[in-house]
Unconditional design. Structure first.
Length: 58
């Protein structure tokens, strides 16, 4: 799972950038989860508004 996030901390020779630590990598993972969760709620809100709009047209 964390392999994807380590790519952000690698140089062109596939070595970790100096100063990189596990905490930074996990923070990127948690940030990504939060963003995905936020989008999930935005989609729910959009669907709700679309329902309201479509019902008001009839």
């Amino acid at each position: 799972m964390l392999n994807y996030y380590t790519n952000f901390f690698m140089d062109k020779d596939d070595n970790f950038i100096s100063g990189t630590n596990f905490h930074e990598i996990t923070q990127v993972h948690y940030f990504d989860k939060e963003i995905k969760s936020l989008f999930k709620y935005i989609i729910k809100i959009e669907k709700h508004f679309m329902s309201i709009i479509s019902l008001s047209l009839f």
